[in-house]
Design a protein around this ligand. Structure first.
Ligand code: ATP
Length: 363
């Protein structure tokens, strides 16, 4: 069992006022692929480096497979790492690069040969084993780094933005390869990225970080559909979740939210917020758009129309507030045109305007 338990990990770099890791706790199950996602500077790499032993925590604990590794030197942790820069040895062949960690561990020659062949096969590096890194493409070089990391039977695989040096197309294909590979080898994995698509695509769970803290950690589609805060809703999704300001009204058993004069039906669970300001979060692709004034639809005015290939993106004004709507690729609209928007009640999310946190609504 190589489950990971990170508890109350704190780290403030010397001379820095704010902590890079602020009381972070996180459990990773045996064989799980956990993605740390967040904007630049939020503390992802610091957390990863503390797990790797490249940075020492001020306080807190890291337990891997029941073993407290918090203050062990990196080589005693039995972890393997893949970094953004390919970090392969230029003067060694692909085969020697892959074998490196095994040889360092004094593994038997035959076993080394078998494992190198296995990893090369998994990562389609068979034809390149005798080449040097300079004779490989960026994607192939990154595959060598991954192969080197997976051959060593580590308790935990750490990957820090391993795809970010690849061009967009290569990134896409390597992402799918990596997902397949990691599920095949089943090693517990901690993966750092600031790319939300990568996080959603790869993670069994995604931990969204901000300012040295984990804001939300859950399955990808839960984090996407039910963001715990406005920050999470804005960070995930392209375009991000829309947020509109309104005030809750409740009378005669019906609950409504007033968005600058436009009254939308709101769930009765919101009644306890009557008279208070709220923020309504709604994903662009959950808004239905039409040219007809269907029952329940609200009039809006198009300000920008953007064809994106697989969909069209419409920026519209609804009761004096701007929002984005993703419509099917065949839909056409022009600036100034009136369109009718329907916001599905079950896709609406509610936030506290002061804290930005999701409102706790009674079921
Ligand atoms: P990125 O996605 O840009 O790599 P990150 O989320 O990985 O960012 P970290 O590299 O962990 O963020 O940095 C977290 C905070 O700690 C930042 O404010 C950063 O400036 C600071 N920091 C990181 N390394 C050091 C260091 N060696 N000395 C001082 N401050 C540091």
């Amino acid at each position: 069992m190589t489950d990971v338990s990170i508890s109350r990990l704190c780290k403030t770099y010397p001379g820095q006022g704010t902590p890079a890791s602020d009381d972070v706790s996180l459990d990773i199950a045996d064989g799980e692929f956990l993605v740390l996602l967040g904007p630049s500077g939020c503390g992802k790499t610091t957390l990863m480096r503390m797990v790797a032993g490249l940075e020492l925590a001020d306080s807190g604990r890291v337990i891997v497979g029941g073993r407290d590794i918090t203050y062990l030197p990196p080589r005693e942790r039995n972890l393997s790492m893949v970094f953004q820069s390919y970090a392969v040895f230029p003067h060694r062949t692909v085969a020697d690069n892959i074998a490196f960690g095994l040889r360092m561990r004094g593994v038997d020659r035959e076993v080394v040969a078998r494992k190198v062949a296995w990893a090369a096969d998994l990562l389609q590096l068979g034809p390149y084993l005798q080449r040097y890194p300079a004779q490989l493409s960026g994607g192939q070089r990154q595959r060598v780094a991954v192969a080197r990391a997976i051959v060593v039977d580590a308790d935990l695989l750490l990957m820090d933005e391993p795809l970010s040096n690849l061009d967009a197309l290569l990134r896409l294909s390597f992402r799918a390869e990596l997902k397949k590979l990691v599920s095949e080898i089943g090693t517990t994995t901690l993966y750092v990225t600031h790319d939300q698509v990568e996080a959603l695509s790869l993670g069994d769970r995604v931990a969204v970080m901000r300012d040295g803290r984990i804001i939300q950690c859950d399955q990808p589609m839960t984090v996407y559909d039910d963001p715990a805060t406005e920050f999470v809703g804005s960070f995930l999704g392209s375009p991000p979740m829309n947020f509109l300001s309104g005030r809750v009204h409740g009378s005669n058993g019906s609950t409504q939210v007033d968005l600058g004069g436009l009254h939308l039906p709101a769930p009765s669970r919101l009644a306890s917020y009557a008279g208070r300001e709220v923020r309504l979060g709604v994903r662009p692709e959950t808004i239905a758009v039409s040219r007809e004034g269907d029952p329940g639809a609200s009039p809006s005015t198009v300000s920008v129309f953007e064809p994106l290939g697989s969909a069209v993106l419409i920026t519209a004004e609804l009761a004096g507030q701007e929002l984005k709507v993703a419509a099917p690729a065949s839909f056409r609209a022009s600036p100034g045109e009136r369109l009718w928007l329907t916001l599905a009640p079950e896709r609406m999310r509610w936030y506290d305007p002061e804290t930005g946190s999701a409102l706790e609504l009674a079921p």
